[in-house]
Design a protein. Structure first.
Length: 209
């Protein structure tokens, strides 16, 4: 009888201990079916699919001679949204050579830069970019340069870019940003998501046949 009472007390103590632990506000069970940050980021961007937005340079250090971005209208167009893939042409004045390609790979994102000539053919420097090595957040993803891009940069005599890290931010209803950084270099463009602008023509090489 005594051993039964002891067993009951021990069970009650264990139960109270478990309840105390589950009530701890700093101890939370992992959310079931939570959307990975990369997927949330892509979903936020796809939420403005079909719309275009004007941007401005907010960082450009050091200033570049004959900078192709300075003095031109900067417009991003969230043009193509597919399952796990979003294409965002980046227009610089009349130059329609650039498209950012974001692809979901598992729980991470890959950023590629699709560069075309006016006749639609691929530039020698194209499809370079990086892969998100950290989960990031639904608002910001970073893309350290990947092996393919390093090989391409080295082959084309642009090894200074072998330390590139790109980043993108999306804050619904407020701002989208594109950023390039490496030691001694920072470039950032921010786009105002509060007011859309007329969508530009299709980027070079992406026109419907």
């Amino acid at each position: 009888m005594r051993s039964s009472r002891l067993w009951l007390v021990a069970a009650l103590v264990a139960g109270l201990s478990a309840c105390s632990q589950s009530a701890d506000p700093d101890v939370q069970a992992p959310a079931r079916g939570a959307e990975p940050p990369a997927a949330g980021f892509l979903s936020s961007l796809a939420g403005v699919c079909g719309q275009a937005f004007a941007g401005r340079i907010t960082a450009n250090e050091p200033a570049q001679p004959n900078d192709p971005f300075v003095g031109h209208a900067l417009v991003m167009h969230v043009r193509t949204c597919e399952a796990g893939r979003v294409l965002v042409p980046f227009h610089v004045g009349a130059d329609r050579s650039r498209t950012w390609v974001l692809t979901l790979r598992g729980d991470r994102l890959r950023l590629e830069h699709d560069h075309r000539h006016e006749d639609g053919t691929a530039d020698a420097l194209t499809m370079y970019g990086g892969d998100s090595l950290e989960p990031g957040t639904a608002n910001r993803q970073t893309f350290p340069v990947n092996a393919f891009a390093k090989e391409l940069f080295t082959r084309l005599g642009r090894s200074v870019s072998n330390t590139n890290t790109w980043a993108m931010e999306v804050h619904r209803g407020r701002m989208f940003a594109y950023e390039l950084s490496r030691p001694g270099r920072l470039f950032r463009v921010e786009f105002d998501l509060r007011a859309s602008v007329p969508p530009p023509p299709a980027p070079w090489g992406h026109q419907a046949p």
